[in-house]
Design a protein around this ligand. Structure first.
Ligand code: PGA
Length: 250
């Protein structure tokens, strides 16, 4: 890992929790120590205000799990990036494979959402990842390249964007790619970023690994060259596990 990139350990709480347990989880995370890495929690949208209030003034950041591409308007059920910022968020996860699968989100839509996030002053965590069929078919790198190309707008910088590489088949399954496979994809992504945005952006942008990261495998995954942190689902719902992952940052 290049030391100039501070690792980011991000918890994606997905559609879990109610107010009391979310606030308790946030407080337990904030009470822990995470020397040398940044911590972020991404609660379900309605739980953002109480979690943001519980974390106010501390070192743990709050993020959304999605946003709309428009600033406001007739979009029933959607949330604008500016609303997330207003509620205390500094980050937003975009293009998660569950959004791409459950809601048919295309790369172009993810790109528009990323632009909206940037306009609202949020750091976009843009997710990419291959399915098992794509991996088995030897299409992983091509698939990742097309997602990177289509999902990132021209104004990407190392400060306003984080990439999360999440193999779809590794999410919530307990399966993880080999260290060599993770390193190959991260190197490939950084190469794509360098060709499009230049060496400065490529050298500074953080590329997280996500998919069944837990305390027992975090040390190995986070030590891989080019892995700058993790996007954690299941294991982020227990403060002890989340903090143990953070403590594994090299
Ligand atoms: P998981 O989820 O850690 O439960 O595999 C990761 C994610 O979907 O971001």
């Amino acid at each position: 890992m290049t030391t100039s990139r501070t690792p980011l350990i991000a918890g994606n709480w997905k559609m879990n929790g109610a107010t009391a347990e979310a606030v308790a989880l946030a407080r337990a995370v904030a009470a822990g120590t995470a020397a040398g890495c940044e911590l972020l929690v991404c609660p379900p949208t309605v739980l953002i205000p109480p979690v943001a209030a519980a974390l106010k003034g501390g070192a743990v950041a709050v993020g959304g799990q999605d946003c709309h591409f428009a600033e406001s308007g007739a979009h029933t059920g959607d949330i604008a990036a500016v609303m997330l910022a207003d509620a205390g968020c500094s980050h937003v996860i975009l293009g998660h494979s569950e959004r791409r699968a459950d809601h048919g989100e295309s790369d172009a839509l993810v790109c528009a959402k990323t632009e909206a996030a940037h306009a609202a002053g949020l750091i976009a965590i843009v997710c990419v990842g291959e399915t098992l069929a794509e991996r088995d078919g030897g299409e992983t790198l091509a698939r990742i390249s097309s997602q990177i190309e289509g999902s990132l707008p021209a104004a990407v910088t190392a400060e306003n964007t984080v990439i999360a590489y999440e193999p779809v088949w590794a999410i919530g399954t307990g399966r993880t790619p080999t260290a060599a496979d993770v390193e190959e994809v991260h190197t490939h992504i950084r190469g794509d970023i360098e060709r499009r945005f230049g060496a400065g952006v490529a050298g500074g942008i953080r590329i997280l690994y996500g998919g069944s990261m837990k305390p027992s495998n975090a040390g190995e995954l986070l030590a891989i060259d080019g892995v700058d942190g993790g996007l954690i689902g299941g294991a982020s719902l227990k403060a002890e596990d989340f903090l143990a992952i953070a403590a594994s940052c090299p």
